[in-house]
Design a protein around this ligand. Structure first.
Ligand code: SAH
Ligand code: F3S
Length: 490
């Protein structure tokens, strides 16, 4: 619920996620295996494998898993939807907070049980946690066969080959060296790869990889490397193809999506260009950085009928000194001014955010500034986190993680309660309104009802009547909860 609010695992007032493995069989990091190869297309793999991909963390990881499926399929492998059918399990992981990594380690232990009855089952750890822990993963989970970071997925076919086939096809998996693919590559944008997506009405499209911002708390720049944008022309063509495939809504993805840049074109230009694709019903993006919220981005949001009037605008803290320690590059005042400007230009804009409590040195008074900021701005929803120190970040090197765990918990509880109340109040004001809802699917609890999203990304539930999935219907709201609008098609 919430756009993948920010790109990362959502703790929100409702949900969250996260992942890890190997022992040293004599390791090298940056793959001593053959160099990355561009897949040739078409089945050609001597040892075609059935691969099950499991995804943790943010929407960017979901998008990367679709990319991996594309790379594997192009080289003759097959992805499967049930783990029992697999001879390879790839766990695509998150490293944003410690609990994300703990979750993956536990999952890997569980997967290792499968190896007892299926000794040739390949277990691979991909994504941010793989890049973060590198070969240390093998200390925690020695049974892991493959460790691969976000810029090395082109090597997947080569990796599977080296773990199964080759001249030593008789060598069992347990006697082979694990495959490590951990080189970050600024030139890798996977522009030539066609991802394989699940059918549905919403498609996620990566327009940018990596991050150059270096917020002191954040591991992303270290595990996803430098920022790079995909060509505008190619992205427009991608969206045209997605519409042809039946997708109604596209969500553009990037760590700081609005710092997108392609030759002379900026993010606003991209929004306009994609917004004009024939047949595209709705266009969203996540997550922008407040410091890059340019006029052209705001113009595109205000004027393109396709661009949804919803902005996920990570705040992190309402205190300028904390923002400085976080190196967010904006002050609390600048953030407030930006929100004011957005609301002037786009009066019905829905706003959501990310907030961290208990960052290094956060005093009670600094925390209260965050609380007050949330009370003043009144976000439609928020994803709220306790600061989790990540090894390798600038904060880990230079700032003590000195807010006691219990205090972090207490502060988190306070803002969650505040936000729950605000979300519920905002939803209540929708009673009596008629809102346009893009129908997404059958309600899990009541099969005679559909659910869908409003333009502002609120979930609405309503009796199906004669509506169809993929259609935009007008729903009159007669009841609400903190997270859902309940109504009837009119
Ligand atoms: N630019 C990214 C931000 C990625 S991280 C985006 O667009 O989503 C997603 C959120 O996780 C951040 O906005 C921040 O609120 C939170 N986060 C990041 N690092 C964290 C840490 N070390 N501890 C707690 N929360 C963190
Ligand atoms: Fe992380 Fe800041 Fe980039 S939160 S992803 S370093 S914008």
């Amino acid at each position: 619920m919430g756009l993948p609010p920010s790109l990362h695992e959502h703790v929100n007032t409702m949900k969250n996620e996260t992942l890890f493995p190997l022992y040293n069989k004599g390791e090298q990091i940056d793959t001593p295996h053959p160099p990355p190869q561009k897949p040739q297309g078409g089945p050609q793999q001597a040892h075609a494998r059935r691969v099950y991909i499991e995804t943790y963390g943010c929407q960017m990881n979901v998008s990367d898993s679709e990319l991996m499926a594309g790379i594997l399929t192009q080289s003759g492998h097959q992805t499967v939807t049930h783990i029992d059918d697999a001879d390879v399990v790839l766990v695509n992981t998150c490293a944003i907070r410690e609990n994300a990594e703990t979750k993956v380690i536990n999952r890997l232990k569980h997967l290792n049980h499968r190896k007892r009855r299926q000794p040739e089952l390949i277990i691979g750890v991909c994504g941010c946690m793989a890049q973060h822990l590198r070969d240390r993963l093998l200390d925690a989970a020695p049974y892991v066969d493959l460790v691969m970071g976000p810029d090395a997925y082109r090597n997947l076919p080569v990796a599977l080959d080296s773990l199964t086939g080759g001249l030593e096809a008789h060598v069992s998996l347990k006697d082979r060296d694990p495959f490590l693919g951990l080189r970050l590559d600024k030139s890798e944008d996977y522009a030539d790869i066609a991802p394989i997506r699940k059918e549905g009405i919403r498609a996620w499209l990566t327009i940018q990889r990596g991050c150059d911002k270096m917020c002191t708390f954040c591991i992303v720049p270290f595990v996803r490397g430098r920022e790079r944008s995909l060509p505008l022309k190619l992205l427009v063509e991608d969206v045209e193809k997605l519409v042809d495939q039946g997708f109604k809504e596209v969500v553009l993805l990037g760590q700081t999506v609005n710092s997108y840049r392609d030759n002379g074109s900026n993010f606003g230009d991209l929004l306009y260009a994609v917004g004009e694709v024939n047949g595209l019903e709705r266009l969203r993006f996540t997550s922008p950085h407040p410091a890059d919220a340019t006029e052209s981005m705001i113009d595109a949001m205000a004027s393109s009928p396709t661009v949804c009037k919803h902005l996920h605008l990570p705040l992190q803290s309402g205190s300028t000194p904390v923002l400085e320690r976080m190196r967010r590059t904006y002050t609390a005042e600048e953030y407030r001014d930006l929100v004011m400007k957005l609301r002037e230009r786009i009066p019905d804009i829905a706003l959501s955010t990310d907030v961290i409590v208990g960052f290094c040195g956060e005093t009670e008074a600094e925390f209260m500034q965050t609380y007050q900021m949330m009370a003043d701005i009144r976000y439609d929803s928020a994803f709220m986190f306790k600061y989790s120190e990540r090894e390798g970040t600038l904060a880990h090197k230079a700032l003590p993680d000195d807010v006691p765990e219990a205090e972090k918990g207490e502060r988190l509880k306070q803002i969650i309660e505040l936000q729950e109340q605000i979300s519920a109040e905002i939803n209540t004001t929708a009673v009596g309104d008629t809102v346009a809802v893009l129908v997404e699917g059958e309600s899990r609890r009541e099969t005679d009802k559909y659910y869908g999203k409003t333009d502002g990304f609120k979930t609405a539930v309503f009796p199906k009547a004669d509506s169809q999935i993929g259609e935009v219907v007008n729903v009159r709201i007669h009841n609400t909860t903190a997270h859902t609008l309940i109504g009837q098609i009119v």
